[in-house]
Ligand binder design. Structure first.
Ligand code: NAD
Length: 297
């Protein structure tokens, strides 16, 4: 089986590396050639010599049985997919394109229509678990699309995740991903507000975090991000701009399904301000820093 992997960033790099270690023939493409080299080195160290570097996304996709994308946003996904030099036109008839990115339903409809017209099967398969999960091959993968196509691709998906779930028709994966990830940002802001309230009231920050972690306010976010919030050691695993994209996708999805989400609207505004102030590439926890600065804590 020949696999194309396009987009080898914080998530795509470790996912493609796991496929490389799994011995698959791989064709790689990223705008940053250093990221391609890193995956090739990992594969070579594991004895996999069947890994090539493509100069375009279409070149990677040409002749592939499965093409994976892990790209930043709907606009980039669409431009990589469509047109004469896009992934869809390059894939052979009967191939499967699996998008692992966090994406929206509007983009899904357009890229799937293009894929259908070329006889390409499409699965939306966004992931959860962060860079640690991507490196360990323990991602949750939320898949929408045809059940038989999913069943055919599951053995490959099992190399990059350990909770690989078919959720329903096309788009179900993107919807579940957005509905799930929004809690991470709401929780981060809520955690920061609770910590600031405690600190301003005279309880030391580390004591306050311990209280939260051991009480009804406990959460993955408090355990995973709480210590980093206290010491300001924000790792580069997930960009602030991508976090804001997720919040914007949440509001977009809410609009299209007729849901009113007032907390999400406020939290989206916090992330937007943080991106404007600190820049797209900063760690997503910089949104918390914004609130800390506003409170002088
Ligand atoms: P990233 O910015 O680290 O990686 C994106 C990669 O895509 C970069 O290497 C970039 O050079 C490449 N790229 C951009 N445009 C391209 C193009 N036209 N052709 C080829 N390559 C191109 O982002 P990431 O953190 O790896 O996120 C990827 C996707 O996964 C996003 O949709 C994100 O929302 C989602 N996601 C990220 C995380 C996380 O913790 N980082 C978790 C779950 C989901």
């Amino acid at each position: 089986m020949r696999i194309a992997f396009i987009g080898l960033g914080n998530m795509g790099g470790p996912m493609a590396s796991n496929l490389a270690r799994g011995g698959y023939e791989l064709a790689l493409f990223d705008l940053d050639s250093n990221k391609v080299d890193a995956v090739r080195s990992t594969g070579a160290a594991a004895g996999n010599q069947a890994i090539s570097a493509a100069t375009t996304a279409a070149e990677a996709a040409s002749g592939a049985d499965i093409a994976f994308t892990s790209l930043p946003n709907p606009k980039i996904i669409e431009s990589a997919a469509l047109g004469e030099k896009g992934i869809v036109a390059a894939l052979p008839k009967g191939a499967v394109w699996i998008d692992l990115s966090t994406n929206n339903l509007e983009c899904e409809r357009r890229i799937r229509a293009a894929a259908d017209a070329c006889g390409i099967d499409f699965l939306d398969a966004p992931v959860s678990g962060g860079i640690e999960g991507a490196a360990a091959g323990t991602l949750m993968i939320m898949v929408g699309g045809d059940a038989q196509v999913f069943a055919r691709c599951k053995p490959v998906l099992d190399k990059i995740g350990n909770r690989v779930m078919h959720l329903g028709p096309h788009g179900a994966g993107y919807v579940a991903k957005i509905a799930q990830v929004v809690l991470c940002y709401l929780n981060s802001v809520a955690l920061s507000e609770a910590l600031m309230l405690g600190v301003k009231g005279g309880v030391p920050a580390d004591t306050m975090l311990g209280i939260i972690q051991g009480s009804t306010g406990a959460s993955y976010v408090a355990n995973r991000y709480g210590p980093a919030i206290l010491d300001g050691s924000y790792d580069p695993g997930f960009a602030l701009g991508l976090a804001h994209k997720d919040m914007a996708l949440t509001l977009e999805l809410a609009g299209s399904v007729g849901a009113t989400l007032p907390m999400c609207e406020q939290v989206e505004a916090v992330y937007k301000k943080a991106v404007d102030k600190y820049g797209f590439d900063q760690n997503h926890l910089m949104a918390v820093k914004l609130l800390e600065e506003q409170n002088g804590t």
